[in-house]
Ligand binder design. Structure first.
Ligand code: GDP
Length: 368
């Protein structure tokens, strides 16, 4: 059962039970690997054979150890966030571990945001959000790892700021870190040059090193799992429906107070009090939206969840119950449903956001 067996790529202990943890190997591959005398975990196998990095999850303790390593390194830290899910991208306490190391902030998934949104404004906005976390990035790069947009410019920035240092790429899972690393490998090196043998001392973590041309390397670190992301509450199929795939076309709803909008069956917005106003919704273009009177909303949900309001796909689903969060809005803000999107709300209103218990609902300064 994989006990006392180790991946010859990364050194992680082989296990066959948890696909998201280090050392995972499907049972069938384990037998083949043993027979051939070349036993790789699934992650290293894919890297070797398909030039592809598979994300791996970390426990909080592992992650703390990883951050401590970064603290001791002399490195440029590339901090990758998902601009569509900034709150879900935050690495708690990162600022305490960066020390004197410069941080390059990377806003990924630029392709999802409307073209009309000025990129310089977006960079400023990202910088402000980083400052709120106690980070002072030397620069902010916007890119799309998926479409390869601005990846070259990002690599130029890396060269500019790293000087005589290694580069550590950090990010929580789902921000697109693996997609970005795969782009870099495809463009700049071959899989052959990538080193997977080193690991974080004292842990089972593998790190992946990509040579940068001089004696220095780019290090891919495993991503911490951010439990409040919507991604952890939905099945793969439902996640495809709620997670934006293409550039978002914002939708404006003119609402009177005491009206409700359902975002499929996974979230709900109540306009509690304030004057008639336009509310702009930024979610996956095909996510079904339904307007009702607030007074009827509970009943409407109970009746229609799983049919009119999908996902989820049935009334008896595993989704935690929707939980209410009320906010008094004093400046133009975004009411964010983590991982799902946001609604821009005007000053002088009271609103409530609902999401499955455990998924964050927060208010931030409006992006647009
Ligand atoms: P990781 O966990 O941070 O390594 O994230 P992945 O690279 O596995 O990506 C998570 C999800 O985000 C996948 O569904 C990717 O297809 C998607 N993704 C990654 N980069 C981009 C991007 O630039 N734009 C968009 N729209 N999606 C992206």
């Amino acid at each position: 059962d994989g006990e006392d067996l180790f991946c010859i790529g990364c050194g992680a202990q082989i296990q066959t039970t948890d696909q998201t943890a280090p050392g995972y190997t499907p049972k069938s591959a384990l037998e083949k690997g043993l027979a051939s005398g070349e036993l790789y975990c699934q992650r290293c196998f894919r890297l070797r054979h398909y030039n592809e990095i598979v994300p791996v999850g970390l426990t909080d303790d592992d992650f703390l150890r990883l951050l401590t390593q970064i603290q001791d390194a002399n490195a440029l830290i590339v901090y990758v966030v998902d601009i569509f899910d900034f709150n879900g991208s935050i690495i708690p306490g990162l600022h305490r571990f960066v020390g004197d190391n410069p941080v390059l902030l990377v806003g990924n998934k630029e392709d999802l945001l409307p073209q009309s949104l000025k990129r310089s404004k977006l960079r400023d906005w990202l910088r402000q959000r980083a400052n709120e976390q106690g980070l002072r990035p030397v620069d902010v790069a916007l890119l799309s790892a998926k479409t390869n947009h601005s990846v070259d410019q990002f690599l130029q920035k890396v060269d500019k700021y790293r000087g005589d240092r290694d580069v550590y790429i950090v990010g929580v899972t789902n921000v697109g870190k693996s997609t970005l690393i795969n782009q870099i490998i495809r463009q700049n090196t071959g899989a052959r040059d990538v080193i997977t043998t080193s690991r974080f001392p004292g842990t089972t973590l593998d790190k992946i090193e990509i040579p940068l041309g001089d004696d220095h390397v780019l290090v891919d670190t495993p991503g911490i799992i951010h439990q409040s992301q919507m991604a952890h509450f939905l099945t793969g199929k439902d996640l495809k429906i709620v997670a934006p795939q293409k550039q978002i076309k914002p939708k404006v709803y003119q609402l009177n107070d005491q009206q409700t909008i359902f975002l499929a069956g996974v979230a709900r917005f109540d306009y509690v009090s304030g004057p008639k106003h336009g509310f702009t919704i930024f979610v996956e273009n095909n996510l079904p939206l339904h307007r009702t009177k607030l007074a009827n909303a509970d009943e409407f949900y109970d009746k229609h969840v799983g049919d009119l309001l999908t996902p989820p796909n049935s009334a008896d689903n595993d989704l935690p119950p929707l939980t209410r969060h009320e906010f008094k809005i004093t400046e133009k803000s975004d009411l964010v449903f983590e991982g799902l999107g946001w609604i821009t709300v005007p000053a002088g209103t009271v609103v409530a956001g609902y999401a499955p218990a455990g998924v964050g609902v927060v208010v931030r300064k409006a992006m647009i």
